[in-house]
Design a binder for this molecule. Structure first.
Ligand SMILES: [Zn+2]
Length: 300
């Protein structure tokens, strides 16, 4: 069995397991100012499955193009599938999940689905080693009020790239109702397993004890632990996830400069050193775009 992984920016990956081609999220077409990932949604000519972590545009947009062009099945939350239905992806290609399912992709590959949590986009977030405190126990109304005050909702600025960003936000707007409920996926093969999470949040009791060989973990924003923001840094949040699942290898996602001028590239050094301090035996993978990396090779 050969299993290789391409990172395609934000939390999007292409996983090839023998003859199977699996997309994890589908956001390939980014703002002009973001570094190109080397592949556009319209250029994808082979895919069997598209698993979607949640319904925000920087994860879902592009899935409809790939599904139309390849016939791939789209697996996601009921909100993700509602949007794909609106995009006229044929019903036979749509698979709704909510967590708790086990999907067979071939006689050797299955994917388990778990309920998860989105990062706290309504709470203050800092640099990866910046400790953020407070904002525990906010009501839904207070969270919405925080979101309304965020810069993306305000008038476009005159910073370079801001007009392109606004145009991109309009083009990619599929009218998602929030994140649609975040999901985590565990891909299981005879050679080992890969856990993929496309946003920085989790339910502790669900993530604990999964024991994947490889964990692909989102490193962005303020981590969400069981519905409340981490009282700590992003680096500490990633270390906590590694402590829960105990993988042999870790790769980060969602840390690239995916939407300038709103985003910057995240400095992963504080995360790497936090992991090295607590988990020196866990290998930290650094992936560039489209590297076709054999992540489950036995010669570790
Ligand atoms: Zn999101």
């Amino acid at each position: 069995m050969t299993l290789t992984l391409d990172w395609l920016g934000v939390s999007t990956y292409r996983l090839k397991i023998d003859d199977l081609v699996i997309f994890l999220d589908a956001y390939l077409d980014r703002v002009p100012g973001a570094p190109p990932v080397g592949l556009r949604a319209a250029e994808v000519d082979r895919a069997d499955y598209i698993f979607v972590g949640h319904s925000h545009f920087d994860h879902l947009w592009g899935a409809e193009t790939i599904a139309h062009n390849t016939g791939a099945a789209v697996v996601g939350s009921y909100e993700t599938i509602r949007i794909m239905h609106d995009e006229e992806v044929p019903e036979a290609q749509l698979v709704c999940v909510a967590g708790g399912e086990r999907i067979r992709l071939s006689d050797r590959v299955t994917v388990r689905v778990f309920p998860s949590q989105h990062s706290c986009i309504w709470a203050k977030a800092g640099k990866p080693d910046e400790v953020c405190l407070g904002e525990m126990g906010l009501s839904l109304q207070e969270r919405h009020a925080n979101l309304e005050a965020r810069p993306l909702r305000r008038r476009p600025s005159d910073r370079p790239g801001a007009a392109e960003l606004q145009a991109h936000l309009q083009e990619s707007d599929q009218h998602a109702r929030g994140d649609g409920g975040a999901l985590a996926y565990l891909i299981e093969t005879p050679e080992g397993s890969v856990l993929w999470k496309d946003t920085s949040g989790h339910w502790t009791g669900i993530l604990r004890d999964l024991r994947p060989d490889v964990a692909l973990l989102a490193a962005a924003g303020r981590g969400n632990i069981d519905g409340d923001p981490i009282q700590g840094s992003l680096a500490q949040f990633v270390a906590r996830e590694v402590d829960l699942v105990r993988p042999r290898r870790v790769a980060l996602c969602h840390h690239d400069n995916w939407m300038p001028p709103f985003t910057r590239e995240t400095d992963v050094e504080p995360i790497r050193s936090e992991l090295a301090r607590h988990f020196p035996h866990v290998e930290f993978l650094e992936m560039g775009y489209l590297e076709d990396m054999p992540v489950l090779s036995r010669d570790w």
